[in-house]
Design a protein around this ligand. Structure first.
Ligand code: SAH
Ligand code: SF4
Ligand code: F3S
Length: 498
């Protein structure tokens, strides 16, 4: 037994190098995290190994991302654990284990999950040992879980957003049970770090700097399914980024529902702008992005830091939601049309080459065509580089869902189409501004349509395609932006400066 490792006596740092085959899974699991999860990973490894021996082939797992960047980042954490316990990862749903990481921000996200579950059921009928798990934001809604328990009884495991760090433990429970395992927590104040992560890209990564949201915009379900706002300590964030950079990451995306309120719940107070200053100092890191900025909390200090920075990308996502002050008030956004416009003017004056994108909702309860006119007016004045336009979706449990004056579908559609046209027109005006210039692009992949081209991302988030091969992936390359084709450029590698 001496050759076994006892996880109770091992530090979080050392855990990363533990050979899970040497962990004693016959003793009781440790009480502390993340040691406890490493114990369950070791246990799960045995289960996966014997199943794979029985089948005479590796076991495959497939994770589907249904939501935002946080959802994608959570999926990387799940993938890390799956890889650690012995699964091969695949994009193909005809796998031994399929996990849907769900989203519930709009009803169509939920409907997509239900639609695709039917298909999974037919796959499972042909493959009895197949396991299916559902997790993510939609699972934090009791009505969705109830529906799955009733009508989708072939699902093996359901868990939520607060306990994803317990994935290894849940996997073991799932394998040891012959019934559906459901574990949903209402809240958590725990932030468990140092678990394995399987990144989608070797050269760029998202980093959670905070979890949850305290803003309670009246249409939005996120604060209910993600819980209260919790910031990670700056030293943990910096440490994680340093580790990533040592593994080859050159671009990070700092993630939070409202990064501008970062640090408010921490004992030692720190602002988002101060955090950015620290991240900027990390040697080897080339690019910094962040998402999302709430206009009400965007400080002058942040504008200054962005302006002075050599690494922060020239892109700001600044959700407007509506251009009508009356609707903004009902949405509980806590800024007026005028305040938003003044903010944009200030930002544009300080950082003229910044691309600004936004989110807009059409059809919020009580919205009249004249309110859409106000939104259109803002779009014309700001000239967004891109705007994501959404039709209002009623989310049960939010204040807006019980507002009486819900807008008829035909009126919403008319407003949506009118807005979309202006969004497209103004975005077209902005596109092409960089034509004829040479800009740095981070090469992300070989072009899907034409293998003689690679695709890179400019600092302002626009894509450029140019001649090159896979050896350029992950490199930052100066590219001459020859022609603008709507939302992307065709370019040429600038050999003089590369
Ligand atoms: N925290 C971020 C984004 C959260 S969700 C922020 O505040 O900007 C992403 C986008 O989904 C929101 O910006 C909003 O435009 C949209 N959205 C949220 N709830 C919605 C709803 N009920 N109906 C339609 N769109 C919604
Ligand atoms: Fe939702 Fe508003 Fe929070 Fe964004 S800031 S997640 S829109 S409540
Ligand atoms: Fe993101 Fe959807 Fe949840 S947008 S936070 S995955 S509800």
């Amino acid at each position: 037994m001496d050759s076994y490792i006892n996880l109770n006596h091992i530090s979080t740092e050392e855990l990363k190098h533990v050979d899970l085959n040497g962990v004693n899974v016959n003793c009781n699991p440790p009480d502390v995290e993340p040691q406890r999860q490493y114990y369950f990973m070791a246990k799960c490894r045995h289960i996966v190994k014997s199943e794979s021996e029985r089948l005479g082939r590796p076991l495959y797992a497939c994770i589907q991302v249904f939501g935002c960047q946080m959802n994608a980042r959570d999926s990387e954490k799940l993938a890390g654990i799956l890889r650690e316990v012995g699964y091969e990862l695949t994009e193909n749903e005809d796998a031994d284990f399929v996990i849907y990481n769900t989203c519930t921000v709009r009803d169509n996200a939920n409907q997509r999950v239900y639609g695709r579950l039917g298909h999974l059921n037919s796959l499972k009928k042909k493959k009895k040992h197949m396991k299916i798990a559902l997790c993510g934001c939609m699972m934090q809604e009791p009505s969705a879980v109830e529906k799955i328990k009733q009508s989708y009884r072939f699902v093996d495991l359901i868990f939520g957003t607060h306990n994803i760090y317990k994935f290894a433990e849940l996997l073991v429970t799932m394998f040891e049970s012959d019934r559906m395992v459901v574990d949903i927590w209402q809240e958590t104040d725990q932030i468990v770090e140092s678990l394995p992560v399987e990144r989608k890209y070797p050269f760029k990564s998202g980093i959670n700097i905070m979890f949850g949201c305290n803003n309670f915009c009246s249409y939005c379900i996120v604060p209910y399914v993600r819980g209260r706002e919790r910031s990670r300590r700056p030293e943990e964030i910096i440490h994680e980024i340093e580790m990533l950079v040592s593994e080859g990451v050159v671009e990070v995306m700092l993630l939070g529902q409202n990064v501008n309120s970062y640090g408010r719940n921490l004992e030692e107070s720190i602002t988002f702008a101060q955090l950015l200053r620290q991240v900027e100092q990390i040697e080897g890191l080339k690019r910094i992005r962040f998402m999302t900025s709430h206009p009400k909390d965007l400080s002058d200090e942040l504008i200054q830091v962005m302006k002075e920075s050599k690494k922060i990308c020239r892109h700001l996502h600044l959700p407007l939601q509506s251009g009508s002050t009356r609707i903004l008030k009902a949405m509980n956004r806590r800024y007026t049309k005028e305040q938003y416009l003044v903010l944009v003017e200030k930002i544009r004056k300080e950082i003229p080459d910044l691309a600004i994108t936004t989110d807009i909702i059409v059809g919020f309860p009580g919205e009249a065509p004249c309110d859409v006119d106000e939104t259109i007016d803002v779009v014309r004045k700001v000239k967004y580089d891109n705007a994501f336009t959404f039709i209002y979706s009623k989310r049960t449990g939010t204040p807006a869902a019980t507002m009486e004056n819900q807008v008829p579908e035909a009126v919403v559609k008319e407003g949506f189409d009118r807005l979309l046209k202006v969004v497209q027109d103004t975005a077209r005006e902005r596109a092409g501004l960089l034509e004829g210039k040479t800009m740095d692009a981070l090469v992300e992949e070989v072009n899907e349509q034409d293998a003689s081209l690679v695709t890179g991302r400019l600092s302002n988030n626009t894509m450029v395609h140019f001649k090159g091969d896979a050896s350029l992936i992950g490199q930052i390359v100066p590219v001459y932006l020859k022609e603008c084709h709507g939302f992307y450029y065709l370019g040429e590698k600038d050999e003089k400066t590369f």
